[in-house]
Design a protein around this ligand. Structure first.
Ligand code: MRU
Length: 340
């Protein structure tokens, strides 16, 4: 990969590629406080379910290092910082999952009476472990997912589930990158993904940078391409997957799933175990983020409804590609076998 999405600086801050500026400019930010990281996550400077978890975990560690340098932690600091980061966005379960792991490590270190610098170091090690683990899960998803992509296939994807969304080579795009590396002559059709255009701005950018043939389309072009037989499979990421296999992903995924079903095209969803929320029986229980009206640029006076995600019912999903293998329906049992 020819760009660095996230990194530590030598001083222990978090360096982020500001994704709101892509593809026009590659601007890097250095964040060292909780409010700065919360703002970056809310504004989608950093985005994608696994990556916001990693960024929040690293942000918590960076802020702890600052606090340690300034004399230590105020009472309740760790819980309050973890709460603020965990609540920055509601739908991707990876965010709270990652923050909670780091918080717990910090809590244990504080209870053991460790020095502030030692506590901060432990938070950093845990954040790094979460990042490394995500990169390994991406590689595994890439191997399993590539097996579902026939040679010469055209893959339609939505939003961005690649390097820009994870700590590694992506989830949905990991499968594409692996298939490409295996010489399968894969092509990608990237839906625009209204309103913030993660498909045309981000997916098209990273695929082109990595030499994978990509065609950007408006969201509303997907149906006619499918009708003309130009799409072989649909492959997306996920923000949260319920115990029955219902999938929350970027708004518009459900529409693509219905279209794929109508045209008898398989829809596959790729996600690591950190995206599965087995505490929720079905997708109707997944909190769906609603975003600001300004993102739609509607006429003044119009009411705006701007949900960031939708839920695709499990029966429309042909397979779930995970880091532990491929789950096929019935999903309840298959997911329990993989992650139970
Ligand atoms: O609002 P975003 O850009 O964070 O939404 C991202 C998505 O919907 C991705 O498809 C999902 O997080 C999977 S990323 C591997």
């Amino acid at each position: 990969m020819s760009f660095e999405v996230i990194a530590w600086t030598r001083e222990g801050a978090v360096r982020l590629l500001d994704q709101t500026q892509l593809p026009a400019a590659e601007v890097y930010l250095e964040l060292r406080s909780v409010p700065e990281m919360v703002e970056a996550i809310r504004r989608l400077r950093v985005r994608g379910a696994p990556l916001i978890g990693i960024a929040a975990a690293m942000g918590l560690a960076a802020a702890a290092e600052q606090a340690a340098r300034q004399g230590g932690f105020a009472a309740g600091w760790l819980d309050e910082a973890a709460r603020a980061l965990g609540e920055a966005r509601p739908t991707a379960v990876n965010l709270r999952w990652a923050v909670e792991q780091v918080r717990r490590v910090g809590e244990q270190a504080l209870e053991a009476g460790e020095a502030p610098a030692r506590v901060a170091a432990r938070l950093r090690d845990e954040a790094q472990r979460i990042w490394d683990e995500d990169a390994a899960m991406c590689r595994a998803i890439g191997e399993y997912g590539a097996a579902l992509i026939p040679g010469g296939a055209t893959v339609l994807t939505h939003c961005n589930a690649g390097t820009l969304a994870t700590g590694g080579i992506g989830t949905a795009l990991a499968a594409v990158y692996r298939a490409h590396a295996q010489g399968k002559a894969v092509r990608v059709v990237s839906c625009e993904t209204r309103p913030l255009r993660q498909g045309t701005r981000l997916t098209a950018w990273e695929l082109a940078r990595n030499g994978v043939p990509v065609t950007a389309i408006t969201d509303s072009s997907a149906a006619s391409l499918m009708a003309r037989g130009e799409i072989d499979l649909v492959l997306t990421g996920a923000d949260r997957i319920a115990a029955n296999g219902d999938v929350a992903n970027k708004i518009g995924t459900y529409a693509l799933a219905v279209l794929a079903d109508a045209h008898r095209i398989p829809l596959y969803v790729a996600a690591p175990r950190s995206t599965f929320d087995l505490s929720l029986a079905h997708g109707g229980l997944i909190p769906i983020e609603e975003r600001a009206a300004e993102e739609l640029d509607a006429a003044p006076g119009a009411e705006v409804y701007n949900p960031a995600f939708d839920v695709t019912p499990a029966p429309l999903v042909a397979a779930l590609v995970t880091d532990r293998g491929i789950a096929k329906p019935p999903y309840g049992a298959a997911i329990r076998r993989l992650f139970g």
